[in-house]
Design a binder for this molecule. Structure first.
Ligand SMILES: O=C(O)CCC(=O)C(=O)O
Length: 221
């Protein structure tokens, strides 16, 4: 358990469990999910311009999920293996989750840019638990600069966590308020990697446009 900062919003905490799944379990789960999940490339919008995400995704949950001006439809048909994994993650983390965003990084050129999981639909101080399968990729975190830095991240604290096959990472407390995270492109060969991010979604607040951030932040690229 790593407390990566205290304030301004509260304690930001990472819980890292390498070997949460044994290599054998992780191997067959990776192959099964790669073959059986309905992977597709989502189209997002930035300043009215459409762009395809540099990764494939799929969504499970009774509510739709909107981010970057585009919506993943509700999908209550959980793959049986994902239901089993959800129960295991709930037991390990002591939290419950009603939704799952799955990411597939096909190779080292696939990525996710700096963002926080802080849409209003995720509630205040959300806990996000993620399982990594496949090739190791570096999970980067950077602290939000204080307001007088005017959004300049040049001198902020950064943390790099390699997430290997079978690792569970739980982010909670103020992590989504005070930090951003990314999985950057790599310039040497990487095999495919699946990341399963369990979260809890709430209905969009009355009168909110779906996908609204809790505050103004950069959008998930
Ligand atoms: O692939 C990862 O480890 C991170 C995924 C992520 O940041 C997200 O789905 O919000």
């Amino acid at each position: 358990i790593h407390e990566i900062s205290h304030g301004p919003t509260g304690v930001s905490r990472l819980r890292l469990l390498p070997g949460f799944l044994s290599p054998e379990e992780a191997d067959w789960m990776f192959s099964k999910l790669l073959a059986e999940l309905p992977w597709s490339q989502k189209t997002n919008y930035r300043q009215g311009e459409a762009y395809g995400e540099p990764r494939l995704t799929c969504w499970f949950g009774e509510l739709p999920y909107t981010y970057a001006r585009s919506t993943m439809a509700a999908n209550a048909q959980w793959h049986p293996l994902l239901s089993t994994l959800r129960a295991a993650v709930e037991q390990a983390s002591g939290r419950s989750f009603n939704s799952l965003l799955c990411n597939l990084y096909r190779d080292g050129r696939d990525s996710i840019g700096w963002h926080s999981d802080d849409e209003a639909s995720l509630g205040d101080g959300p806990t996000i638990a993620s399982i990594s399968l496949g090739d190791t990729r570096v999970f980067g975190l950077r602290k939000r600069p204080p307001p007088d830095e005017n959004g300049d991240f040049t001198y902020v604290e950064q943390i790099r966590v390699p997430l290997s096959h079978g690792t569970l990472l739980v982010m909670d407390g103020a992590t989504q308020d005070d930090w951003q995270h990314q999985v950057a492109k790599e310039y040497h060969d990487r095999g495919p990697r699946i990341n399963l991010t369990f979260r809890t979604m709430f209905p969009e607040p009355e009168g909110h446009r779906p996908g609204t951030k809790l505050r103004f932040t950069s959008m998930r690229p």
